[in-house]
Design a protein around this ligand. Structure first.
Ligand code: GCB
Length: 610
């Protein structure tokens, strides 16, 4: 009992000490158009025993192993002598970055550990400018070296980070070396076991750019329920205070002036002009926004809408909305995906949702997706659920793990909070109920609300079942604006589809409910109209019909995101005939072939959309 109180006090203290501002990423730097994209061939060298960092017996790594050093290895060899090296990133093989190594080179299919990458680049600099590298995502731990100097570190596979390299960068021949460790453990987020591919590497673009000494680090803008456009801008640098700031939305005739306070922050607040067209899936209007301050300028395209809940309704722009969605993994359509989502890949995936399924919503699972997905969703008019990878079991008891989750959440919120499409922050997926877990999630929910009170909080929960009745009795419910559950009756277990049709849901009457997942594997092209066995397209289609019939009887259900749009790679799935390393619950195959169930869902959504 004493221990419990002590623990409770510890948590209470560590939670109350939490200040939203402290979670602001040190350098976020909204993506800039003028950046130099370092995409293309990078050389690589695998390092399963981590010899670049540590020698045997925990001794410091031998210089001949340290791949991050700025050494001309071939030149040193040509001179002879006693020095020698057991690597050479200048003469190493190359792979295309961004993209996971597992798909780039057959021998790396199941490589899980430390990899070194190198990219050479020139960086014509101008006096007085500051230089930065922005990594949009590296899975999972990153150490960045420029010209032999360590310039930054990051943990987490799905969020951006920025390192300042003003002191380390040269005009020509920069040697950028990045150590990427894909290994997960009990304290990582997610932990070791998931249901998706390892996908180690630099999976999203890396960009180099420069700014004035004092620069716009962050800016946000949104529409309030009271019909006002409010926002803020953060300057970072030696002279952030008392600077003139301007905001312009030319198409609306809005020009606002402000001044930064002593901390470099300026705020905007103005009545939304009558001409403002609200963003919605049916009419996804975006406005060009320009911000200028301290000699710096950034641009964005922003939509304006409101989102709220009232009783069991979700209100978009004040009107009830039904979410016709699907879940998506960050994996492009094609036979050998590398988690490489460029604009074309995002348009292809989201086009299937918008035009193929008649959807208005996507669950971007199970981690923050490439920023491009959010931008394309903004443009096409698809509402978005975003989540951090607090998935299945992670270490709920270690405060440092909670800090990690909060940081990931903050990095996601700061990156995406100007996207009108985004309406829901999910703080977990199928986490097993228990005291420590609920405390952890409660803290995360608080974090989200402190950082972004304008969106809804949800989590994909597990359910309890007695006979034909399914109960939602998770102690996390009071923390959620929208309840979400994953349900697989009729796939896992022995339920027949008749049982699925009979299931009843005992759910809170006063909150919206989403089916955040339901699904069944089908191997594309496997048809058996007579027996309709599991793994056939026929069974998957029947399963969808039965589950949709069951869903129609749940009075508070406000949306669906079945599992999943496309077959995706997963080391858990090793059925030798139907799976071979792929989770087959896609409505389309990995190469984009539509299965029968695609049409079942498309027809359902088409009828609802009328
Ligand atoms: C789930 C998980 C998802 C899995 C899926 C499945 O409940 O949230 O990550 O891939 O089930 O296929 O079993």
């Amino acid at each position: 009992m004493r221990a419990c109180i002590a623990l409770a006090l510890f948590w209470a203290t560590s939670f109350s000490a939490f200040a939203a501002d402290a979670l602001r990423p040190a350098l976020l730097l909204t993506a800039r158009a003028a950046a130099q994209d370092l995409s293309g061939p990078w050389t690589w060298s695998k390092d399963l025993y981590r010899t670049g960092f540590t020698d045997i017996n925990g001794w410091p790594a031998k210089p001949r192993m340290q791949r991050f050093r700025d050494v001309d290895v071939a030149g040193a060899e040509a001179q002879g002598g006693v020095g020698f090296f057991e690597y050479d990133l200048d003469r190493a093989p190359a792979m295309d970055i961004p993209g996971a190594w597992n798909s780039a080179v057959p021998e790396l299919r199941y490589f899980d550990g430390l990899m070194w990458f190198q990219r050479r680049f020139d960086a014509p600099t101008r006096p007085g400018r500051r230089s930065f590298l922005r990594f949009e995502a590296v899975n999972y731990r990153t150490t960045v070296f420029l010209n032999g100097r360590e310039v930054g570190k990051h943990e987490g596979g799905f969020t951006p980070f920025v390192v300042e390299v003003t002191q380390a960068v040269r005009e020509t021949g920069n040697r950028l070396v990045v150590g990427v460790d894909s290994k997960h453990d009990a304290q990582t987020i997610p932990a070791e076991i998931t249901d998706w591919d390892l996908y180690g590497g630099i999976t999203r673009p890396v960009k180099f750019f420069q700014t004035p000494a004092t620069f716009i680090d962050d800016a946000t803008l949104r529409l309030t329920d009271a019909g006002r456009i409010v926002g803020s801008l953060q300057l970072n640098g030696p002279q952030p205070g008392n600077q003139p700031v301007s905001l312009r939305i030319a198409a609306l005739g809005v020009t606002l002036q402000a001044r930064t306070d002593a901390n470099g922050e300026a705020r905007f607040d103005t009545a939304a002009p009558a001409a403002l067209k609200r963003w919605s899936p049916e009419s996804p209007t975006l406005y060009d926004v320009e911000l200028e301050a301290g000699g710096d300028k950034v641009r964005d395209r922003v939509g304006f809408r409101t989102i709220a809940v009232r009783g069991s309704d979700i209100l978009l722009n004040g009107k009830p909305v039904n979410l016709r969605g699907i879940s998506i993994h960050e994996e492009e359509i094609g036979p050998n995906p590398a988690r490489r989502i460029d604009e074309a890949a995002a348009r292809r995936l989201l086009g299937e949702v918008k035009n193929g399924l008649h959807g208005n919503y996507v669950r971007l699972s199970h981690y923050p997706h490439n920023e491009t997905m959010l931008r394309v969703a903004d443009e096409l008019g698809l509402l978005v659920w975003s989540e951090i990878p607090v998935y299945w079991s992670i270490d709920w008891d270690t405060p440092a793990v909670l800090d990690k989750a909060r940081r990931m959440q903050a990095e996601t919120i700061y990156r995406d909070r100007n996207r009108a499409a985004l309406i829901l922050w999910s703080i977990g997926n199928e986490t097993p109920v228990g005291e420590a877990r609920t405390r952890f999630h409660t803290a995360l929910a608080e974090t989200v609300r402190a950082l972004d009170p304008s969106r809804l909080v949800s989590a994909a929960l597990l359910v309890e079942r007695q006979g034909d009745v399914i109960h939602i009795a998770d102690p996390l419910l009071p923390q959620l604006d929208v309840i979400a559950v994953n349900t697989y009756a009729g796939w896992y277990g022995d339920d027949t589809l008749d049982t699925v049709r009979r299931l009843r849901w005992d759910v809170p009457a006063d909150k919206p409910l989403l089916f955040s997942e339901f699904g069944a594997d089908a191997f594309a092209g496997f048809r058996d109209e007579k027996l309709r066995p599991k793994f056939s397209e026929d069974y998957q289609a029947d399963y969808y019909r039965a589950t949709l019939a069951m869903a129609a009887k749940v009075p508070t259900l406000r949306g669906l995101s079945p599992w999943v749009l496309k077959d995706f790679r997963s080391p858990r799935r090793e059925h030798p005939v139907y799976q071979n390393g792929w989770n087959r619950k896609g409505l389309i195959s990995e190469t984009g072939q539509r299965k029968l169930a695609f049409d079942v869902l498309a027809e359902h959504y088409r009828a609802q959309a009328k």
